[in-house]
Structures are given as structure tokens and as C-alpha cells.
Design a protein around this ligand. Sequence first.
Ligand SMILES: Cc1cc2nc3c(=O)[nH]c(=O)nc-3n(C[C@H](O)[C@H](O)[C@H](O)COP(=O)(O)OP(=O)(O)OC[C@H]3O[C@@H](n4cnc5c(N)ncnc54)[C@H](O)[C@@H]3O)c2cc1C
Length: 582
Amino acid sequence: MGCTPCKLAKTPGGKAKAGTAGDDARPDLLEAIQEALRTLEADPLADDPRKRLEGAFVGDPNAALTALKKEAEKTAPAPAPPTTTNSLSISQADGDPDWVNCVGEQRCTPAKKLKPKTLADLVGLVNEARAAKQRVRAVGSGHAFADVARTDGAVLVNPVLLNDVRDVDRDRLRPAAQGLALVHVQAGITVRRFKEELDNRGLALINMGGYDGQTLAGTLSTGTHGSGVNYGPLASFARAIVLVAETGVVYQIEPADGVTDPAKFPGVVDGVPAVLKQDDAWYHAAQVAMGCLGVIYAYLFEVTPAFSIREQRTSTTWREVRKLLAPELWKPVPPAVAAVDHFELVLNPYNLLFRNACVKVERTRVGDAAASGARKDWLAALLEQASIHSAPDLVALLNRVPFLSPLVIDQAIMTLVYEGAYVDKSFNVFSLGAANEIKAMALELHCDAAQTVPVIDKLLDVFQREALRSLWYMAGPLGVRFVRASPAFLAPQAGRLTCTIELDMLVGVESGRELARRVKEAMCSADAASVRVHWGLDLDFVTAEDVRAWYPDFGRWHDVFRELNSTGMFNNKFTDRLGIST
Ligand SMILES: Cc1cc2nc3c(=O)[nH]c(=O)nc-3n(C[C@H](O)[C@H](O)[C@H](O)COP(=O)(O)OP(=O)(O)OC[C@H]3O[C@@H](n4cnc5c(N)ncnc54)[C@H](O)[C@@H]3O)c2cc1C
């Protein structure tokens, strides 16, 4: 099958190519590298072993990887993160009184956990909770690295059984909506199952993020996005949001010029009385609402005929790429970005050999082109290359010798580059696959796209400073994407074409979270031009002051929130953090 990722492509710095770590490296070289690692473990600031290690990775990556493998074998694996499974595919055991997110960082003890099967069930449980003065919180797959789903003592609604997809009744649509490809989809479906159901019908999601384990309502609710200057966050494709309010009333919420013809709305959704609410403020508030306005039951969701994508990856450096993204080129979009449908970067936050290594990822929609080629993700490729058997082994090694982070990131992102192109069904290209099952967390910054270069320059300085000052290193590359502006009041992409910068960190690497906190503090300010943070990837750092300063329409969102959460039914730890609990 077509091209496969080369073992290690030629790097921008002209490094030697490397294969998989083997035992054929010269013993004296191996010993020298291991010695350098041990010296750095004892004295992390020692300059000479740093240079030797850098030299080893440049001159003989095979020997460096073999040395890593040998050291990893000697290092006790990092303790397992505080959760019950080995992957991100968590199952919330019915017998377990607690709810926990996918990396075990968020845990709560609800009053009860329920899995409604129908809209009538959902209305019933909300009515019961209201009578008992209990709070209610819907959860998705628990893949937010934040307290957005966390609610002690509440009725926890897991809509996992609400996962049906069906055709819409086109007779009820306005003439202007007749040309749209729309489906009726229930909120608890996972993105994975949704894309499969669509594929079976010759349809596809218009866009998606790099992962598909989340629920549809979970992704939309936090402003989850894919990439592409012509594509907003996933919430942009929800043409109607069917939600159960604190009163037990079912609302079908659409913009004022929504897809449904009010004269033809039957006043019922799936056998339950429902109100059609065509109101811009309600709609833009409900698109991204972190579960605070009610329990979402279903969407009328815009999709598209199935399509393929061609992906090309090129090895480059930040110095080269920043020329393509300079602020003056955003009029409205630089040619390099406009030339493809999805322009992304994977960037080493650390400067080695006088450059920040970078991989440019360019994706183009190519109709129904046949699949060809394949690709790997950075972490799986790195583990395989270094013959390190599991992420915990790598984590333990990085904790022993933090300075290895920049080196292994450098090595790892070079494994992303392959000759030729990878073509596949859209969702196979969008999804990063196995890498998503590794326990990693992320903080994601969102800035005005025109400010990409100054923001990333500043961010790289922060990383360099913290590495020197505290010996804190981010254990993963930066993922850079561009997303269309969103009218949703609290979408992190609200009102501006956005550059998103994801800071990945392996769970278990000591200081990862504190480093992320310093990054947030250094990068964000208390004004509307500030860098914002993704609600699902904010590690609980966003404050009450931030949300008021960053979002011009926060007041309008808050008005809807007060109206739909008048009893405080949807209060939780997140609303406490934002100072909005009623
Ligand atoms: C491996 C991985 C990869 C990721 N990739 C991306 C990416 O490419 N792009 C990106 O933008 N983000 C990405 N994320 C972030 C992720 O998409 C968000 O955190 C998302 O919100 C998680 O969805 P979930 O189904 O797990 O919801 P949860 O984390 O369980 O809940 C999220 C929020 O949705 C609310 N909610 C859930 N269901 C309902 C409902 N039925 N009614 C009302 N409210 C509801 C919850 O109350 C909560 O506030 C990634 C996360 C992981 C772990």
C-alpha cells in the first residue's frame, strides 16, 4: 500500500536518518550516552552532558534511542494515573458511586447516575430532580480536562443510550433549508459511532477534531473544533438543539431564521410536547454552554456527502513557517493557509540546534479519491522507534532526566514526516488514532489568527524560560490549527478567526500541570484581545475575571443562563469557578 512513514526522515537541521533502536550500536557510544544521562540526572543543569546528548541525537539517533531504551528498562515505570483503566476509553461502572474523567483528574460523587433511554425518561428525571431540589448534570465521555462535568451530590445524566441517528422530516423545514444535508441525531452518540452511521449513509461530518471518543453533546458543549479557516467549531453545524430545561419543558432551539418552518412545527418531539424557540440569543448561548442551560437530548445536525482527504506532511522549522504566517499576511488569510483546506503545524516548543523543529501538515479535500498510504502518530512512532514498550516507561525516564523532553520531541515529530501523501476517508485522516488512547492531557490556547506569530514567539520564550528557571519541560509537541470565527457567545473562537495552540503533556510527567499554569498566566491578559483557553482543555485555570474580560457577549450568555438556570439546577464546580452559580 502506497507510502509508509519513513523510519526517520531527514531533519531540517540535516540530521542523520535513524531506524528503530537496535542493539547494534557501538558499546562505547552507548556507554557515553548513558553516562551523560546519569550525570544529568544528578546535575540537571550540567552543560557538558547536555551537549553530548544533543550531539548523540544529531549524530547517531540509533545509538541515542538504544541508550534511551536501556535506561527506560532500568527505570521503574511511573505510577499509573489515578484511574481504573489503561486507556482513555473509560466505562463508568454502574456499581461505582463516583464519576471520574478519562485521566482520573476530575472525580465526583453524584447522588445517583442515570442513563435515560428516551426523551420522556429525560423529562421525567428532570421533573423528579426539581421536586427533590436536586441538581442535574449531563456528562459525555469524560474527556474534558476540566471541571465542566464535575458535580457532587447531583443527578448525573449519562446519555450514552441516546445514540440514534435518523432522517429529518423535510416537510417541516423552511424552503431555505431544503438544500441542507441534515440528520436528527441524539446527543449521547459518540463521534466515532456518528461518523460510522453517516458513512453507512454515504454522508460525513463536515469537520471534526483529532479524536472521536467524545459524545456529540460533549464536544459541542465545550467548543471542540477541528481545523480549517473555513470551518467553525463543531457547534456551528448544529442547526437545532433539543434541550430539556429545568422546568421539564422541551425546547427546540434554533436561530431566528432557523431551519424549521414554525407553521409546520408539530409541537412534539419524539412523542413529548415541545416548544420551538427561534431566538438568536438562546441559540448562540446554547451552542457552547458547558451543560449549564439544560440537558441536551438531540440535534438537527448539518452533514455533507462523504469525502476523502489528501494529507501531506513536510519537515520545516518555526523560523521558516513564521514567515508564512506574519501578521500583515492575514488579509484575510495568508496564501499558504488559504491554499489548502486544513493547515496545521506540529512544533517542538524547544529550540535545539538553533531551530524549533516543525512539521507542516496540509490537508486537501479530494472528493471520493481512493485511499492510499498510511501514517503514524508521533508518540506511538517514538515508542516503537526507541523500543520503549509503554508510555509509563517513557514518563518515568522523562521524570528522571527532564532535559530529554526536547530531544525526544525533536526525534518524535520527525517520525511524522513521510514521503508522498496519505489519502483516506475524511474521518480517518482527521482522527489521530491510537495516540489518543495514551494518557495525555492538554491545555489549549486560542488567539486571534493574525497574532499567531507573536503569540507563538512569546510562548516559545516562556517554555525556554521555564526550562532554564525551573527545569520544567513540556512532554509533547505543540499542535497548531486554525478555526473560523464562531457566533456562539462562549465559543473560544467567538468573534475572531482563531489560531489554536494545543500543549500536550503525558500524564505523570512531574510539573506538567504547573508548567501549563505558568504558561496560562504568562500568555493570558484581562482584556478582549487576550489569548483564550478551550473549555475542555483548560485544566481549571480560567477564572471569573477571565471570562468577563475575554468574551464580549458574556453578558448575553449570562442572561440566558439566569433564565434557564433560575433554580440553580445546573450549578456545578465549573459555575462556582466562574462565579455564576445561582
Ligand atoms: C484524546 C482527546 C483528544 C481531543 N481532541 C480534541 C480536538 O481535536 N479538538 C478539540 O477542540 N478538543 C479536543 N479534545 C477535547 C474534547 O473534545 C472536549 O473536552 C469535549 O468536551 C469532551 O467531550 P465529552 O463527550 O467527553 O464530554 P464531557 O467531558 O463528559 O463533558 C463536557 C461538557 O459537556 C457537557 N455535556 C455533555 N453531554 C451533555 C448533554 N447531553 N447535555 C448538556 N451538556 C452536556 C458536560 O456537562 C460538560 O460541561 C480532546 C480530548 C481528548 C481526551
